[in-house]
Design a protein around this ligand. Structure first.
Ligand code: SF4
Ligand code: SF4
Length: 206
């Protein structure tokens, strides 16, 4: 049965590491302590460049996780089977949700909010849709260039992950410093109060 829920959405503008907070996630309508975290988070070069500067230990921790797919251009953290037979992200804790601080998560995990929340339908949110679409496009473009330039030297996540991340960081600083300065035209943070009809359990689409 549908029920009305009031919650808050906060757009956090941290430049490259911007993210979207949604208080409905604290008590997700899926009622399974997982929400949408059945996903395989996928880390690209710019994610590791940020981690190198802000939490280098996490890079080792990611590579040491029990199930990780390392390809030339990205590193995927494979979801694993949970006790209930459904899948669960290895970085998720049923007690506390995601174990990573928001700025340390990869792009999808920083930005994805399920369609039932209807955040982009809220008046005034279109500007933020433009912000996050642009962010995604610029980030993808830089990731592709980093992989292509370093790939020509034989460097990638498979051949030499640490060397690749180090070189990617140097190249990013050399060629793309300022690529996200346009983010400063937006507020540092903006809050919206939302009210939505919510389905429960598996009826809540993610
Ligand atoms: S399914 Fe929706 S409400 Fe639940 S955790 Fe994911 S984004 Fe939040
Ligand atoms: S990294 Fe965090 S937000 Fe992303 S799927 Fe895993 S637990 Fe969820």
């Amino acid at each position: 049965m549908k029920q009305k829920r009031e919650f808050e959405v906060v757009f956090h503008n941290l430049g490259l590491r911007s993210w979207i907070e949604c208080t409905l996630c604290w008590n997700c309508p899926r009622e399974d302590d997982k929400g949408c975290c059945y996903y395989n988070p996928t880390f690209y070069p710019l994610d590791f460049v940020y981690l190198l500067d802000n939490n280098p230990r996490l890079i080792d921790a990611i590579f040491k996780l029990p199930r990780v797919t390392v390809l030339e251009k990205y590193v995927g953290v494979d979801r694993t089977e949970d006790k209930d037979g459904a899948m669960l992200c290895q970085l998720h804790s049923r007690q506390g949700g995601c174990q990573l601080a928001a700025d340390l998560r990869e792009s999808v995990c920083r930005i994805y909010i399920c369609p039932g929340c209807g955040i982009w339908e809220e008046a005034g949110a279109e500007a933020w849709k433009g912000f996050f679409d642009r962010l995604d496009a610029v980030e993808q473009e830089i990731n592709q260039h980093l992989s292509a330039i370093l790939g020509e030297k034989g460097l990638n996540f498979k051949t030499d992950p640490r060397g690749f991340i180090r070189e990617a960081a140097a190249l990013y600083r050399e060629k793309w410093q300022g690529a996200f300065d346009w983010c400063e035209e937006y507020p540092r943070e903006q809050r919206y109060q939302l009210s939505r009809e919510v389905d429960w359990g598996k009826d809540w689409k993610i």
